[in-house]
Design a protein around this ligand. Structure first.
Ligand code: FRU
Length: 495
């Protein structure tokens, strides 16, 4: 049964979505049908196709009363739009269907698990959230909310767990056919934790215990956890709020943290071995992963950050986009991310250069464009170390987005100060990179409204939204000192 709220959202998006011209959207990064989008939800395989839902407010480009938008794909680059899947239409979720996840049931139906938010007026007049976990079951288009919702409430929290910040369940099916989920929570010290629950059927849940907690070290509330095995290790992803900066690894505010360790399932003991940022750029948050039948673990994130949402272009009818889906692996104890291999099918017009000497601003014939996949490798031209090397892109007389590397400090800096935004928000981000034998390799994926840089074959990822007008499409290379570069560039042509 479709509620009035959901019907209204579906009618609205079906009517107004087509008013957004295709060339005013990214070519292969997902944007909402219309209005506002934040976190990826329910990223999972269902009946041979990959489904992706997203936090959605169709009626404006502001965050408000959360719905779930819905798309599916076979190649992670073409997204088929489906009608909105969930609306806040029940007493227990009337203030929002917050983030969650999905899994296919053995009978061929799809189970969604999400956070229902209901606001309660406190005695002192303040409104506070009551967050519970809810389920909905459907056929890949229409979903029925479970009559016994909510399925997880404050009663199933560990002692001292916060009923206000209890959200973002990520569910999966175990090899033995049972289900597990991780969910974000707050401990009595006010900082974040990830709880684990188990279920025989996907609807009746009980607490197993706590997987890990921030202890105020990596931010406060831990949002949007994900927990999965990868290359012999166990990975816990969290998106903490209110982080304090730690060197160039973690910036202040909302961040993404990857904890790599080992997991003893029997005793529910997760031992951390390494902690790192997931993405070192400006816009990336709340990632979620799925596993594919061919054994890949693929992650997609919201290519935006709560701290920069003020940078929204005025006339736009959509706001928020997803990152390119990324294949994950572990190499030398670090999380490696590379754009999904499906992207290679859409690469055309290969242009390559080897050993080009760059000692002043240089353009290379055929190296330009706004929907490109370009790898640049830089090394010193002689014995003397260069002082800096810069890739300028999305460039004309007015605009430019730059990545600058300084080998004496190993700092790489992304700068989108002149990338179409007039908002006074963060426009630069610096990170420490690790050159190999004096070489640094940058794979740059540009779409109409974003840049994603994968450093040294995916050792670090750096993402940012840009709003530069499309005619700014030049690429040039600059240097202080002399370098030798190799460039391999493709246009990405999505039909
Ligand atoms: C993360 C988040 C989630 C929440 C959702 C609400 O970006 O704050 O914790 O479920 O967004 O839209």
């Amino acid at each position: 049964m479709i509620s009035d709220e959901l019907r209204k959202a579906r009618e609205f998006e079906a009517h107004y979505g087509p008013f957004i011209p295709d060339d005013q959207r990214p070519a292969f990064h997902l944007t909402p049908t219309i209005g506002w989008m934040n976190d990826p939800n329910g990223f999972s395989l269902y009946q041979g196709e990959y489904h992706l839902f997203y936090q959605y407010h169709p009626y404006s480009t502001e965050w408000n009363s959360m719905h779930w938008g819905h798309v599916k794909t076979r190649d992670f680059l073409h997204w088929e739009r489906l009608p909105a899947a969930l609306a806040p239409d029940m007493e227990y979720d009337k203030n929002g269907c917050f983030s969650g996840s999905a899994v296919e049931l053995p009978d061929g139906r799809q189970l969604l698990v999400y956070t229902g938010v209901r606001q309660i007026r406190e005695e002192n007049g303040e409104l506070r959230d009551c967050q519970t976990q809810c389920v909905a079951i459907g056929d890949g288009v229409d979903y029925d909310k479970w009559p016994a919702n909510p399925v997880l409430t404050a009663k199933e929290l560990p002692a001292g767990g916060s009923p206000v910040d209890f959200r973002d369940p990520k569910v999966w099916r175990e090899p033995d056919g049972t289900y597990r989920l991780v969910v974000g929570n707050r401990t009595p010290d006010g900082s974040g934790a990830v709880l684990l629950y188990e279920s025989a059927n996907g609807t009746d849940w009980s607490l197993v215990g706590t997987i890990d907690a921030s202890h105020s070290q990596y931010g406060l509330m831990w949002e949007c956890p994900d927990f999965f095995p990868l290359d012999g290790k166990q990975v816990l992803l969290v998106s903490p709020q209110d982080m304090s900066p730690i060197g160039l690894e973690f910036h202040a505010g909302n961040g993404t943290v990857c904890l790599i360790g080992s997991y003893d399932r029997e005793h529910n003991r997760f031992e951390r071995e390494a902690v790192q940022a997931v993405d070192y750029g400006i816009d990336f948050y709340a990632p979620q992963t799925l596993s594919t039948p061919d054994g890949r673990r693929i992650m997609i994130g919201w290519m935006q950050n709560w701290n920069t949402i003020g940078g929204k272009p005025r006339a736009c009818r959509w706001f928020g986009q997803m990152s390119i889906p990324r294949e994950l692996s572990i190499r030398d104890g670090r999380l490696i991310q590379t754009p999904v291999r499906e992207l290679e099918k859409y690469r055309q017009n290969k242009v390559t250069y080897w050993n080009v000497l760059v000692s002043s601003e240089t353009t290379l014939r055929g190296i330009r464009g706004r929907m490109i996949d370009m790898t640049v490798t830089v090394r010193p031209a002689g014995k003397e170390l260069y002082r800096s090397f810069t890739v300028n892109m999305a460039k004309n007389g007015e605009y430019v987005t730059t990545i600058r590397y300084k080998p004496d400090t190993n700092i790489l800096k992304l700068d989108r100060t002149r990338s179409g935004s007039n908002a006074d928000i963060v426009h630069t981000r610096s990170l420490l990179v690790r050159p190999r034998d004096g070489e640094l390799k940058l794979r740059i994926i540009l779409d109409r409204f974003s840049v994603e840089v994968f450093v040294n074959d995916g050792e670090q990822a750096v993402s940012a939204a840009i709003y530069t007008r499309q005619e700014a499409s030049a690429v040039s290379f600059g240097t202080a000192g002399s370098v030798l570069i190799d460039v391999e560039k493709y246009d990405i042509v999505i039909d």
